[in-house]
Design a protein around this ligand. Sequence first.
Ligand code: GLA
Length: 397
Amino acid sequence: MNQEELIQSFLGYFGGSSEQIRIFTSPGRVNLIGEHTDYNGGFVFPAALTLATTVVARPRNDNKIRLIASDLEIMVEAELDDLSKYKDLKWGNYQLGVADELKKAGYVIKGCDLMYDDKVPLGSGLSSSAAIEVATAIALVSLGDEAYGKTKKIDMVQMALIAQKAEHNYVGVKCGIMDQFASAMGKKNHAIFLDCKDLSYELVPINLDGYSLVIGNTNKKRSLGEGKYNERRAQCEEGLSILRKKFPEAAFLRDLSVSDYEEHKGMLTYDTIRKRVEHVIYENQRVIDSVKALKEGNLKVFGELMNQSHDSLRDLYEVTGIELDTLVDEARKIEGVLGARMTGAGFGGCTVNLVADKAIDQFIKKVGKAYKEKIGYEASFYISDIGDGGREVEITL
Ligand code: GLA
């Protein structure tokens, strides 16, 4: 929807005038490499997409928040004074969780009407939830204190941390910081090399010279609330607690090098735990190697690291499944594909593929056909354009 349509649609739901309306947006992300490393204090390498959630917002004179999604005919009405009671909402809990956490962090939050236009496919592994959370955070903070955007600048890292807290405390997924950070801090044509231990980061220009990042969506719906994500996280913690007998200084698995691990992996006698730890340790190293390869323009090496990452997520971390594996296996058969891997948490969701521009049509045709034959329903494909992070959008009508 363009701005005019967004505003008309907002007025159709909420009535009143367009005078105090403001528009905010925040994107989904694709992670190029570094999966399940963030909550282990490790490295990730995501990029913000141009696919985003847009929020049309207008202040109210009372203490209510009303939410509506432009494509779902659900209106949610919540009392700002008692935000703890909306955790079980099917839709609206991300937004109200953010409002709750912002209040706890001391931000002034005022009553408002918010309409969401989500362009990040929901539940696809492209961080539709982080896009909603970060867009909500910017909208609520900006409406709560009008100085934001005029004399005051919003602390976007803080917004990412608050959005993550909402997901932990309100939604119940103990996610890392990658998605919210990428959604808040993304930059057009750059990927973010982020150290999740101290949130230091570097924006790395993505210049793929004749190649593109193509996203394949399995269209398998999944929800991380089902518990497998939190289970993986707990297994990493268990592995760390065993290895800390040898490395008492290690605060995260990330503090152990590949050679530390190889020398002491015998301590991990339970095979499942050993496999989880092995993935994390090597995946961290692959992120560092990928950033180096991309800076040197060595796409072939980056593609190989992408492949290794997927294989490790399949065999050691065990979060892929037949849908993601089929998309990846079929992708690797196509000439001109340098690397293919799942992106995000796994268990369904999306793959990211490094594909020669001239092979993209063939890629989509052949991989799509083979996927449909094997899985029984269609995959979708998008060329990923790397966009900017969360922000207020100037209304130009
Ligand atoms: C989800 C989580 C992230 C990260 C990825 C896996 O997207 O929200 O924090 O852990 O899974 O890399």
